[in-house]
Design a protein around this ligand. Sequence first.
Ligand SMILES: [Zn+2]
Length: 305
Amino acid sequence: MAAPRVAGLTCPNCGAAITIRALQQTQTVVCASCHAVLDSRDQQLSVLQQYQAKMTYEPDLPLGTRGMIRGDPYEVSGFQVRSVRQNDTDYFWREYTLWNPYKGYRYLMEYDGHWCDFDITRAAPPEEVNGRQPFVRYDGATFRHYRTTTVTTEFILGEFPWQLRAGDRITSRDFIAPPRLFSEEVSPQSTVWALGTYVPAQAIWRAFGRPGNPPPARGAFFVAPNAHTPRAFRLGKIAAAIGVPVFVALVFRHLFAPRGSVFDTQIPYVAALALAVLPAFVETRRASKFEDARWAASDYAADEM
Ligand SMILES: [Zn+2]
């Protein structure tokens, strides 16, 4: 990958040197020293926003960090902290714009230690409706509408191939088929779709050669895979493999055992049956609780569709 190009630009706000990596595509660049937001389509880099935020944030993947995503090298070129307000609480997450001179842009999002990798696409999949919940079909999966929110950009660093300032608001609609999701963002300028895939934090850390361990993922993230579902399925098969012969043996015992001794001889069979079925039952309950938690922050109930 080519080294970042320094075009001899300086920040009109503080005089610091400005580096622009994707000179042709970049529309907005943030001064690394004073955080002023600058218009990079203008030779003079006119100031779009002088003081962008009360708080500053440190990206987990620093600007300029390079990593391999799906076999291609990408460089972290932009960072934004975004928020959504729900029930009077603001929830914050982080997005990293990644750039490759031959492949273009993609981005990563991180919330509570959960990561998603996004491919940007202009083409929206056709939308259908079942009851009151819209959905889209893509690549053999049904992506159910999760929620519609107003997303606010709180803080930005680096450079962006579109106009962006702190305080900007867009309308976002998410459609999920865990571990994937479609995200639609509607701004006055454009409508953009992106297809995201859940990525374990360890994989991001490895891809970008980050030292140590990533912060642990917390909570039931809305597109995290439900680890209980495959476990419940495996335990269900074990339960059937053990439970069916035990049940058949129990029936035989019941029919052919001498009267009076039936109660004594049934106990080990019933116990074996319970032990075979219980783990599958518990894991199925956990899987269903996880789905309830997944859909808790959505516009729908877990079993709506
Ligand atoms: Zn500056």
